[in-house]
Design a protein around this ligand. Structure first.
Ligand code: PBG
Length: 325
């Protein structure tokens, strides 16, 4: 007779639940939101069904709905008209600009929510790059000065966490110093630590109209072939004072999430990016896959790999489907 029968632990749903190793909770999620200066109410992004560019008023409604579902943490991104873009991203520290105004309004209306701001030049850059462009190159140290101004303006507007997504060298330390010098020692830094030069960002660039106007982002975002290099970025961001570290994208990089889990005591975040969302939505719409089942499997896999925090466009619908369960 067989002595070992692993199937005994799978024999009914109650026992399966009892021995389940990984569970998702609404508290694991961060929900990305897009605010736009050129929509009346909201505009659905064609390559991201169910995800919108919001006006300030409609983003407040969206947040109110999320708060009722216990989803309280938002990563906010700006969609800016081309006329306001330039090589210095100067709109990013304009106090009366859309982004900073939105942060103030959200924090004033819903003090209980947590706002994570994006520190990067691309939404405001006439070149669609994450850094200052000179002679066709992305200049690191001049970009740091801009990121510093941007992060400080966001902290002044009420950001709880600033999240540099640009991949310039030294930006975490630079931003930490500026925040501290100005009394914002309580503002946290969520670092996009291992951010790969990925094809999975396409729909996001549609959402923000932020695709690079020339070249690609391979001189600053990481080569998808590299793993050890992610540990160098992890070491630097940790030394420079990151409070949380992120791997992005998530699905093609589950090994990197696992690597971070083994090598770091900081909370690990993973960004389930726009292209990962779009693939599941598109196949679901064609009835080629069972969308919700695949969604839940993918989200679970990200947590199982070692992520403590998941940024996902699925956050709200997951919260809705699992509310009070
Ligand atoms: C750029 C930025 C990108 C995303 C977040 N911040 C894309 C890029 O590097 O061009 C992508 C997020 C997503 O695809 O969901 N600072």
């Amino acid at each position: 007779m067989l002595q070992r029968r692993p199937r005994r632990n799978r024999k009914n749903e109650v026992i399966r639940n009892l021995v389940q190793e990984t569970n998702l909770s609404v508290y694991d999620f961060i929900y990305p939101l897009f605010v736009s200066d050129s929509v009346k109410d909201k505009f659905e992004i064609p390559s991201m069904p169910g995800i919108y560019r919001f006006s300030i008023d409609s983003i407040l409604k969206e947040i109110e709905e999320c708060l009722k579902l216990e989803l309280k943490i938002f990563a906010l991104f700006p969609h800016i008209s081309d006329a306001l873009k330039n090589n210095q991203a100067s709109e990013s520290w304009n106090e009366n600009g859309l982004y900073l105004k939105t942060i103030r309004k959200i924090k004033h209306t819903f003090p209980e929510c947590v706002i994570i701001t994006d520190v990067a030049m691309d939404p405001y850059s006439s070149y669609g790059h994450d850094g200052v462009v000179e002679n066709g190159e992305i200049v690191n140290d001049k970009t740091l000065e801009i990121l510093g101004k941007m992060a400080l303006a966001q902290a002044q507007a009420g950001a709880d966490i600033v999240a540099p997504s640009d991949m310039m060298d030294g930006r975490v330390g630079y931003i930490r110093e500026i925040l501290d010098e100005n009394g914002y020692t309580n503002v946290s830094i969520l670092a996009y630590t291992a951010k790969y030069a990925s094809g999975f960002y396409g729909p996001f660039r549609d959402a923000l109209d932020s695709a690079p106007k020339f070249g690609d982002k391979k001189t600053y975002q990481m080569n998808p072939a590299n793993k050890k290099e992610a540990l160098i970025e992890l070491e630097l961001d940790t030394l420079e004072g990151a409070d949380m570290v992120m791997v992005k994208p998530a699905l093609a990089y589950l090994d990197i999430i696992h690597l971070f889990k083994e090598h770091s005591n900081l909370p690990i975040a993973a960004y389930n990016v726009s292209g990962e969302y779009a693939m599941i939505k598109a196949a679901g719409q064609k009835n080629w896959i069972d969308e919700k089942r695949v969604r839940d499997e993918v989200l679970l896999s990200i947590k199982r790999a070692g992520a403590d925090i998941i940024l996902s466009y699925f956050a709200k619908e997951w919260a809705k489907d699992n509310f009070n369960k």
